[in-house]
Design a binder for this molecule. Structure first.
Ligand SMILES: Cc1ncc(COP(=O)(O)O)c(C=O)c1O
Length: 481
């Protein structure tokens, strides 16, 4: 943290500079209304050219460094046995200390392989919290996902530093109840995505790994959001303050059986991988790589991208880089909180999370409050967030809705991408939306896909609240964009 002389000027300070830029457009509000309605009120279906701030995700949209783009030029373009893969292995060894690695084209591809290899019908996969694609793969293989996040994790407003922690007693009880042989694996999700990017403490991760070891159950670390999580360990957990980032990564890799990650997040690039000290475990998954991904030394990832992951993995050890996302998010969360906007606290990694049940309490779960807030925010400012509420859940097998524990609209903070003035603009437009929350109404399905409906489902407004919101925007902002 760099201290400013005038404390009132204190803001997060970037330890990098921008050398490549991309032009943005901000459409007039009437156009924004048209675009969101054409997109079926699903922010996934908006076009990037129609968006001012793309806060949909932090996945695959992080800014690459000069070293990453430079590394892409030395990629060794061969189907098998490329030098590029050898350099990637060296980076994996440096970051995790592990010798064995299977590349896969992204995080969910790793999840597919883990599910194919370890989940059999009737088994359970235990996790602090599910991630959408993780759960879809487990259920596709006939398994069930059990979530054992500590109950503090579901409190929207809290000052607990590690809301992603497992309930350790519940973990032991659940393994005993089902019997270890029925547990496919226990998955620790670093930087728990769907509950607000909330971190898991090192102490909790190690305790989970120990419990798994005692019961003879496989432990898996989803390290996709580990770089944010490591930042929080170092800044919020006493035992980590004087540990290097590398020591933390290594300690975790020594304790858990398997690690997988999406390099769209960890590594500021694209792609993914599974790694372990245990060669037998890696062998048991090896056959799936050529089957689903590509040969063992590229796994469906273009060699230039592998070079960028390699460099990005080294950068994920660097506190100057990994602090940028969490510090910008903390800044946005503080601005929103000061404005009185209900936002998940404390600030986590990956983005700020608006608590939509409180923003639009008049919109019930079955009218999708988080999706409604997402549409309203695009109208308000050309800002694209992501629904992380009931729309992102799967219906129960009998077709009934499974209401989300938290109705969140996530405003992701792609790493090293936005300037602080853009973050301030975002806070300002959210504040306007909050002040006009009474106008916002619900949504109903027009087209609802059976699987991962949040990606391609289409909805429409109930009533005409969106037109009313546009009229109020014009009243308040005059001819401003
Ligand atoms: C925690 C976590 N695990 C897995 C994934 C899946 O990774 P990918 O998008 O690369 O398939 C994501 C993606 O957002 C994630 O946040």
């Amino acid at each position: 943290m760099v201290k400013f002389y005038q404390s009132e000027n204190q803001v997060p300070l970037e330890m990098h500079k921008v050398r490549v830029v991309q032009k943005l457009t901000l459409l007039p509000v009437e156009e924004r209304l048209k675009k969101i309605q054409e997109a079926g009120n699903n922010t996934f279906l908006l076009q990037n050219k129609d968006i001012y701030m793309d806060m949909l995700t932090d996945s695959g949209v992080n800014a690459m460094s000069d070293r990453q783009t430079a590394a892409m030029h030395i990629a060794d373009d061969s189907y098998a046995g490329s030098e590029t893969f050898n350099r990637f292995k060296v980076a994996i060894k440096e970051v995790f200390g592990t010798d064995h690695v299977l590349p896969a084209h992204q995080g969910r591809a790793c999840e597919n392989i883990l599910a194919e290899a370890f989940v059999k019908p009737g088994m359970v996969a235990i996790m602090n919290f599910h991630f959408t694609t993780t759960k879809a793969h487990v259920t596709r293989c006939g398994g069930e996902v059990l979530e054992l996040v500590d109950k503090k994790g579901l409190l929207p407003q809290s000052d607990d530093p590690f809301k992603g922690d497992f309930d350790l007693e519940a973990l032991k009880k659940t393994i005993e109840e089902y019997g270890p042989e029925k547990v496919a694996y226990v998955r620790i999700e670093a930087g728990t995505n769907l509950i607000g990017g909330q971190p898991v403490s090192l102490a909790n991760m190690l305790a989970v790994a120990d419990i798994c070891h005692d019961y003879g159950v496989l432990s898996v670390l989803d390290a996709s959001l580990l770089q944010d999580n490591v930042y929080f360990m170092k800044t919020r957990e006493a035992q980590c303050k004087y540990m290097s980032t590398k020591e933390i990564y290594h300690l975790l890799a020594d304790k858990v059986d398997l690690i997988y990650f999406s390099a769209r997040k960890l590594g500021f690039a694209r792609g993914g991988a599974i790694t372990s000290h245990n060669s037998e475990l890696i062998k048991s998954m090896m056959e799936y790589i050529p089957l689903y991904e590509g040969f063992l030394t590229y796994g469906g990832i273009d060699v230039r991208t592998i070079e960028s992951i390699t460099e990005g993995l080294y950068e994920s050890l660097d506190m100057d880089y990994i602090s940028h996302g969490p510090e910008f998010i903390a800044y946005l969360v503080k601005e929103l909180d000061d404005y009185g906007v209900p936002v998940i606290k404390p600030a986590g990694g990956l983005g700020a999370h608006l608590n939509c049940s409180e923003i639009v309490p008049n919109v019930p779960h079955n009218q999708y409050p988080a999706a409604a807030v997402g549409a309203a925010l695009y109208i308000a400012g050309g800002i694209r967030g992501m629904e992380r509420g009931t729309v992102s859940e799967q219906r129960e097998p009998d077709g009934t809705e499974r209401y989300a524990e938290l109705e969140l609209q996530r405003l992701a903070m792609p790493r090293r991408v936005f300037t602080l003035s853009q973050v301030k603009y975002c806070a300002d437009r959210v504040k306007w939306m909050w002040d006009n929350r009474d106008i916002i109404g619900g949504l109903q399905w027009v087209e609802e896909p059976k699987v991962l409906r949040f990606f391609f489902g289409r909805m429409k407004e109930i009533g005409h609240w969106q037109e009313d919101l546009v009229a109020k925007f014009r009243e308040d902002f005059g001819d401003s964009l």
